[in-house]
Design a protein around this ligand. Structure first.
Ligand code: ZN
Length: 167
């Protein structure tokens, strides 16, 4: 089921709230939410989506596991990297600049400095403890999605913003 995405304009949403609640994989409501978030992410052409973006205060994000192969994953619709209670446990020495956008900040893009690579510890949707090591676009996406769980948007981390109107 597609879920409505909240944007910066929705003043009464949890988008800007730090998510304190640790999500439990054995909660059926959490499993349903994850399924709906995956459908919504691919339907909206996003490479990542965090629970606060659908106005749910859970520490859960879903991501396209290979953002460079987004088209292929969008076709499948159900294959996503699901991270519950994620924590960055290691990162590279250096950061790099890259362009970002966000489904919750429509038509705005900006350059954000992020760690070049990160290792993230998380629980998967079966409740198993895992880690993922990533660089490039996936590393950027992980940092962006984890920020969402703390109520932080990419616009908070950039000084260069661009407005690109949707045609
Ligand atoms: Zn976002």
């Amino acid at each position: 089921m597609m879920l409505p995405i909240v944007t910066l304009r929705d003043k009464n949403s949890v988008l800007r709230t730090r998510t304190a609640e640790a999500a439990r994989a054995d909660d059926p409501a959490v499993q349903k939410l994850i399924d709906d978030m995956i459908v919504t992410m691919y339907e909206k052409d996003g490479i990542g989506l965090a629970a606060p973006q659908v106005n749910r205060s859970y520490r859960i994000s879903v991501l396209c596991p290979y953002p460079e192969r987004f088209e292929e994953y969008r076709e499948k619709k159900n294959d996503a990297l699901v991270i519950i209670n994620p924590v960055i446990v290691r990162h590279s020495l250096f950061k790099e600049d890259g362009e970002e956008g966000c489904l919750s900040v429509p038509e705005i893009f900006g350059v954000v400095r992020r760690w070049k690579s990160v290792t993230v510890a998380y629980s998967d949707r079966e409740g198993a403890k895992k880690t993922v090591q990533a660089s490039g676009l996936l590393a950027r996406c992980l940092q962006h999605e984890i920020d969402h769980l703390d109520g932080i948007l990419f616009v908070d981390r950039t000084k260069k913003l661009y407005h690109v109107p949707k045609l």
